[in-house]
Ligand binder design. Structure first.
Ligand SMILES: Nc1nc2c(ncn2[C@@H]2O[C@H](COP(=O)(O)OP(=O)(O)OP(=O)(O)O)[C@@H](O)[C@H]2O)c(=O)[nH]1
Ligand SMILES: [Mg+2]
Length: 552
């Protein structure tokens, strides 16, 4: 016998039995609800003085029977029914109201947030006779506050609703409106949300960056919303009403995804995805997703997969509900995607296996590295915030063609090149993965090995995108990560890049310190002072006037 959901405590066993038997009722597909079923719902509901509800699928079968209290019912998890874009859930909710009252706010939010086919409330007389029907469904394309169509009460005695035809008409309209919106239907459409107590300017810069991250992940950003709160709600981040409102808005905009700028802890992601039938991810997952798409080398792929699994592990819930919403598409893409649905134990096993394999790969790389070190070449590492122009600098310096792109995290796998200074001194120069504020700790751990390589650097070129209005915050984030990795002791040159986009006066102010140099990484002509400076680090006594650099 299928489980009855909700509050059955205090009921007589014969009543519970009758409630369980509701599962046997079949409604003809065209009908909204069979007469026998509505009669039994009414009779039982009046007897136990609680609302009773059923979720009916399109075939007329009952998917869930729910017992509520006199005022309302709580729907069980319905994530096994998925509503694809432009479609409804495939389940309708029909439940009883003990008084003659219309659909409540909760009924309507369930309708909208779960994308139910429709919702109906049958009022029941004190004798248990079904009296009236209040019904509503989603009304696609309606602008304004509420995307529902609410019908006037109808008489249960002569109900003539063709449920299937109605649902089909709504879906036709839904797919028509979303087809109008979708330029490329395969790209996800996201609403970005930031709930924060930090100052407006900071919140705005952060969400701008989140937009860039989304762009890097080929997600279309429909809108972004900043909600400032003195105190961030521990459960939903924002208030319950607000999150419902936003979700309805997201639905009206044809979005398929909500991205939070803040990291959601396991219980938050659970309460939020329990509440709304939307794919929800956070900043960390978005970054992990980009990394998963970009990783090229064996080591990089393993590291990202490890980071994804470690992030997922505490977020795997008993019924897998949050996970099932997260898997597939964004957030569950890349090397880890097939593993998201599996249980904790298997995830842990997998983590162990990857860690072992990764150790092997790293050991192998270290051996190669040691061989190189034996040759005693100094190492210069190019570091800095993502998109600062690190790879561009490496390319121009060494005439190579490492991928550069106006996207965050273009580089994931470090590449090394040789660089020859004019005095024939040779060095190894390496490009690294970019830094970002709030670098997910799972990634920090995963990329530890790569970042550890930085310890061996003899010189760091800290590349800064001087044209970014937020460059000072970027400098701070990079410094914070450097000190966390204990790398501040390594000599550093601050390289202010993209000077072609900064006015000369500001540029002069920026680079007034002794170890600060302005460049335009795309333009070889501008690099001479930097090269001179680098060379002088290795040959402090040497001749430091070089007419022009020569590269190999
Ligand atoms: N205007 C201007 N753009 C530049 C300059 N240097 C780099 N860029 C552009 O900045 C973007 C990012 O450059 P990348 O070299 O990929 O940056 P990166 O630091 O390696 O970025 P990640 O690998 O993503 O962390 C590219 O579109 C470059 O063409 C410059 O001196 N001036
Ligand atoms: Mg790069």
């Amino acid at each position: 016998m299928k489980k009855v959901f909700g509050n059955t405590s205090g009921l007589k066993s014969v009543q519970v039995k009758r409630i369980e038997n509701l599962y046997h009722h079949r409604t003809p597909p065209q009908a909204l609800i069979s007469e026998a079923l509505s009669n039994e719902l009414g009779a039982l509901s009046a007897e136990i003085r609680r609302q009773l509800g059923v979720l009916i699928n399109r075939g007329g079968k009952i998917d869930a029977v729910i017992v509520g209290d006199p005022q309302g019912i709580m729907l069980p998890d319905t994530s096994h029914y998925k509503a694809p874009p432009g479609r409804l859930k495939g389940l309708r909710l029909i439940h009883t109201h003990l008084k003659d009252e219309p659909l409540t706010r909760d009924d309507l939010t369930d309708l909208a947030l779960l994308r139910l086919d429709l919702v109906g409330a049958i009022t029941v007389t004190s004798e248990g006779t079904p009296d009236k029907l209040y019904m509503a469904h989603i009304f696609p394309g309606r602008s304004g506050d509420y995307p529902y169509e609410i019908y006037p009460a109808r008489d249960m005695a002569n109900l003539d609703v063709d449920a299937l035809a109605l649902i089909k008409a709504i879906e036709d309209e839904l797919s028509r409106t979303s087809a109008l919106r979708d330029v490329a239907p395969e790209t996800e459409r996201a609403i970005l949300i930031s709930v924060t107590s930090s100052p407006k300017r900071q919140a705005r810069a952060s969400i701008e960056e989140l937009k860039e991250l989304a762009r890097s992940s080929h997600i279309h950003v429909v809108d972004s919303v900043i909600q400032q709160r003195k105190r961030v709600d521990p459960k939903y981040l924002m208030g319950r009403g607000k999150i419902e409102e936003l979700t309805i808005y997201a639905m009206q905009q044809g979005a398929s995804l909500i991205i939070f700028d803040q990291e959601l802890n396991p219980s938050q992601i659970r309460s939020i995805t329990d509440k709304i039938d939307f794919k929800v991810i956070d900043r960390t997952q978005l970054i992990l997703d980009i990394f998963a798409q970009r990783a090229q080398s064996r080591e990089g792929k393993l590291q990202v997969e490890l980071a994804q699994l470690k992030y997922m592990l505490p977020r795997l819930v008993a019924q897998n509900t949050a996970m099932s919403r997260l898997s597939g598409g964004i957030g569950g893409r890349g090397p880890g995607e097939t593993k998201l649905e599996i249980n904790r134990r298997r995830v842990r096993d997998k983590i162990n296996r990857i860690e072992k394999e990764l150790n092997q790969v790293i050991k192998h790389r270290r051996q190669q590295k040691t061989r190189r070190e034996k040759r005693g070449l100094p190492v210069i590492s190019i570091i800095g915030y993502t998109n600062a122009g690190k790879s561009t600098l490496l390319n121009t310096l060494t005439k190579s063609s490492v991928l550069t792109e106006s996207r965050l995290f273009a580089t994931l796998d470090p590449s090394s090149r040789r660089l020859k200074f004019p005095q024939d001194r040779e060095v190894i120069i390496t490009d690294t993965v970019g830094f970002i504020k709030d670098l997910p700790k799972e990634l920090k751990v995963a990329f530890r090995a790569t970042l550890e390589e930085l310890e061996k650097a003899d010189l760091l070129l800290n590349v800064i995108d001087a044209s970014n209005p937020d460059y000072q915050a970027h400098i701070d984030s990079v410094e914070a990560i450097l000190s966390e990795l204990d790398l501040e002791r390594i000599p550093q040159i601050r390289v202010f890049n993209k000077m072609d986009r900064v006015d000369p006066e500001t540029a002069a102010q920026m680079t007034s310190g002794p170890d600060e140099i302005g460049i335009c990484a795309r333009d070889e002509q501008t690099l001479a002072p930097l090269i001179e400076k680098m060379a002088s680090v290795f040959d402090p006594e040497g001749e430091t006037v070089y007419p022009a650099a020569q590269f190999r």
